[in-house]
Design a protein around this ligand. Sequence first.
Ligand code: IPE
Ligand code: IPE
Ligand code: MG
Length: 233
Amino acid sequence: MVKKPAIPRHVGLIMDGNGRWAKKRHKPRNFGHSAGMDAMIKLAAHAKELGVKYFTVYALSTENLKNRPKDELDGLFDLLRKYFSKNIKELYANGAAVKVIGDISPLPEDVKTLLSDGEKNSPKDAEFTLTFAINYGARSEIVRAAERLVAKRLDGVEITEQSFSESLDTAGLPDPDLIIRTGGEIRLSNFLLWQAAYAELYFSPVLFPDFGCDELDKALAEFSMRNRRFGGV
Ligand code: IPE
Ligand code: IPE
Ligand code: MG
């Protein structure tokens, strides 16, 4: 009997390599980000079809917001505007929800409104959640969670691993089972540090715009071969 490969419930994706992909084509970096957005949309649909329930994509780190040139950031905001006003409709039509993690307070007002409307208008009983990490950094998230916990403590909530998890931006999401990073770098770059405690890590040299559904299949095939022990024998 063929054993059905285990499908991760929650996949995290560090979408890296857009800039290098564009550079190879003598195009501006934002050309790469736009191609990356197209790739992400296809991957999310494919993941949903395969039975993944939560798909979390790293779209902009706290460090990116601090350190990238203004025109690149403007291009990224434009892509978010487009996604959250147009593409999101198809996601809803397929019964999927969006969620945003990260500190969106410094973003342009219209982008903030689109992001929070996108969350608010999501179907309630969604079978798939696409989470965008935007101005997200795990350290910032952990500090903000600590602040929330201090407030909750006044209401008698104890500080435990569970109450801490529930104070993170990812409250309500299970921990990621698999984190994929494209673009060749072997690091997490401040992505889901708390939640990744027992995630399987998969690093691909493929630049993100070239990371197609076949590459996701490869990552999932490798995941299904991993032996997850969670500290047991
Ligand atoms: C990742 O691609 C997307 C964002 C950080 C927004 P990069 O922009 O980091 O692409 P490279 O790493 O320079 O190729
Ligand atoms: C990580 O990529 C952030 C995102 C993919 C959004 P970076 O390109 O910013 O990471 P570093 O600088 O190579 O670590
Ligand atoms: Mg990069």
